[in-house]
Design a protein around this ligand. Structure first.
Ligand SMILES: CC(C)(COP(=O)(O)OP(=O)(O)OC[C@H]1O[C@@H](n2cnc3c(N)ncnc32)[C@H](O)[C@@H]1OP(=O)(O)O)[C@@H](O)C(=O)NCCC(=O)NCCS
Length: 202
């Protein structure tokens, strides 16, 4: 039976693959960059390493096909990322080896993570990423994953969470709007950032 459960270290490859297969504004990003590990090296693995206790997966009984990952304190995470994650990232993805402008831009994003944090971190200290393979989409698992993470954050005393969504990912935006996320004051059309209280009923 398909169910949500806590992340285990043995799920890491599956999470990485889902990250890639949903990494082009919700669509498959396989082969988009010369190394498929680039996206998970920014958007999944640092989280799974830093705060695995805030990661949940959807397990079909046969394989893992979706996840939500988050950090409770984005400022502390960004400090850790710069100190602990960046040295390895820099070696694994040398900027000068980028094959395309898009790849260079993505590596730059990974190198500069933490320098463009939303200004509303005092009120929205946590942030999250959520991705489901197409086989699981549209069946309520996204809502259930958000609910699970909000409940856990609330239990830890975290008041609210934020996230970034690509301006071109209209489908994800419709999902967040439906659940009651609102735009943060600093949000812009090119890079919308949304937030929600952890006490919200979604
Ligand atoms: C975006 C995503 C997380 C949503 O999860 P999901 O399981 O497909 O969504 P749910 O089935 O839980 O939908 C919850 C509500 O949002 C609505 N919704 C979801 N997608 C929608 C869409 N594209 N348009 C309009 N409403 C939508 C649903 O209708 C549902 O509302 P209802 O319960 O009142 O009917 C998932 O589709 C996904 O992983 N997509 C690919 C990766 C991605 O874009 N990730 C986000 C990156 S920021």
């Amino acid at each position: 039976m398909t169910a949500i459960r806590a992340y285990r270290p043995s799920d890491r490859d599956a999470v990485d693959e889902i990250c890639v297969r949903t990494g082009a504004s919700g669509k498959d990003a396989t082969g988009l960059y010369s190394d498929d590990s680039l996206l998970p090296d920014i958007f999944a693995d640092p989280y799974l390493t830093y705060q695995p206790d805030l990661a949940y997966v959807v397990d079909t009984g046969d394989h893992v096909a979706g996840y939500i990952i988050g950090v409770a304190d984005t400022v502390a995470f960004a400090d850790w990322y710069k100190r602990e994650w960046l040295p390895g990232f820099t070696k694994r993805h040398p900027l000068e080896a980028a094959a395309t402008d898009d790849e260079r831009e993505m590596i730059r994003y990974g190198l500069s993570y933490g320098s463009r944090l939303v200004p509303e971190l005092g009120e929205y200290p946590a942030h999250l990423h959520i991705d489901l393979l197409p086989e699981l989409q549209g069946q309520g698992f996204g809502r259930a994953l958000i609910r699970r993470l909000l409940a856990e954050l609330e239990a830890r005393g975290v008041p609210a969470v934020h996230l970034g969504v690509s301006g071109s990912n209209k489908s994800a935006r419709a999902f967040y709007d439906r659940l009651g996320f609102h735009e943060l004051p600093s949000s812009s059309p090119e890079g919308p950032s949304l937030g929600i209280a952890t006490s919200a009923v979604v």
